[in-house]
Design a protein around this ligand. Structure first.
Ligand SMILES: Cc1ncc(COP(=O)(O)O)c(C=O)c1O
Length: 351
């Protein structure tokens, strides 16, 4: 607290990211990073960009990257917005598209940055409970909505809605922006991007942090029809003209263009997820169906905090949320097969 703060700062409840400890031998399964390195083509592109060119500002509209994303997803570059991580893209959407007389709707159990942005930008919101199976029910969103946001697959549950359900949600709310946060979609979900051509109220948000192994580069993007993208551009150009530096733009473009690396690494993650899920189930864990690079699991005889604490004693960190409905779950990022083996060995000892 300080008398120097603007009044709004007193009211904020900032997001707390998963910790990033620096410990030798740590098995870090807490922030849904990809266990495999970025494509060698990404590293080469970044290296090629480090030179005298850094004297100069980058392209404020990252046209080369937006063109690569547009080619990949069959949309015009003008329908692509890029930002400094999808968190920044989301922040601009909260400010530029979600603040209306009617409330923003999102699930009660979801990405915990959403209520933080609501606090920052004064967006009134209503949370819609997941059903008893911890799934999003599209019918539950039949209520007054200024806008809707949901991750698909949802976080931290990992569960995905089929595309037909997403389309139903978008078509049932023609007067509200429906934003689908597809941070994890590349690990087995169905993307709503092909619907963008038909629905002017649909915005789809992606990140390169997960399936492209680039959490450290900070690049995310949104795809939508021009009026939605223009709102994001207006907010961005009132905040920071250069959200992507030269290295980020070059690395991200190479990542988007390297389909082979993307398919190989996400394939490995999905195969490890299937193995880890069956091993956890064999130990008595209840594991929610996951289409993401993590699983959400609980053990009927052990509290979540206890399990997370005992794993930590063994230098294995997973994410535990001290929140009603999910306090007994662990969110476990899919690591390399060796990391998954260390995790299951430790859990076998504990349970
Ligand atoms: C659902 C969801 N959306 C967005 C993000 C933000 O990703 P980034 O800012 O790294 O692009 C995350 C990060 O964990 C997430 O879980």
């Amino acid at each position: 607290m300080s008398r120097f703060w603007s009044p709004i700062v007193h009211t904020l409840t900032p997001y707390v990211p998963g910790e990033q400890p620096r410990m030798a031998g740590l098995v870090k399964l807490n922030t849904n990073e990809n266990p495999y390195p970025p494509s060698p083509k990404v590293l080469a592109a970044i290296a090629a960009e480090t030179g005298d060119g850094l004297r100069l500002y980058p392209d404020p509209v990252s046209l080369k990257l937006r063109t690569a994303i547009g080619a990949l997803h069959d949309v015009d570059p003008s329908e692509v917005f890029v930002g400094n991580g999808s968190d920044e893209v989301l922040a601009h959407a909260f400010m530029g598209l979600f603040s209306h007389d009617r409330p923003l709707l999102f699930p009660d159990i979801t990405y915990s940055f959403y209520p933080v942005y609501c606090g920052l930008y004064g967006v009134r919101h209503v949370t819609v409970p997941l059903d008893d199976a911890m799934q999003v029910g599209v019918d539950d969103y039949r209520q007054p909505a200024g806008a809707i946001i949901l991750p698909n697959p949802n976080a931290p549950t990992g569960s995905a809605l089929p595309l037909a359900e997403i389309e139903r949600l978008v078509s049932e709310h023609p007067d509200a922006v429906v934003a689908i946060d597809e941070a994890y979609v590349d690990f087995g979900g169905e993307s709503a991007i092909p619907l963008v051509k038909r629905y002017p109220n649909l915005l789809v948000i992606h990140t390169l942090s997960k399936s492209r192994s680039l959490a450290g580069l900070r690049v995310g993007f949104a795809i939508g029809q021009r009026p939605l993208i223009e709102a994001l551009e207006r907010v961005k150009d009132s905040f920071n003209s250069y959200p992507l530096d030269r290295l980020a733009a070059a690395g991200a473009t190479a990542a988007i263009e390297d389909a082979a690396w993307f398919d190989e690494t996400r394939g490995k993650v999905m195969a490890s997820r299937a193995r880890l899920t069956s091993e956890l189930e064999a130990m008595g864990f209840v594991v929610l169906p996951s289409a993401a690079n993590f699983v959400f699991a609980r053990h009927p005889e052990h509290a979540g905090a206890e399990l997370a604490g005992k794993l930590r004693e063994r230098a294995i960190i997973v994410r535990h949320f001290n929140k009603p409905r999910i306090e007994d779950y662990l969110r476990i990022t899919i690591g390399t097969d060796d990391e998954c083996r260390r995790l299951t060995e430790a859990l076998r000892e504990i349970v």
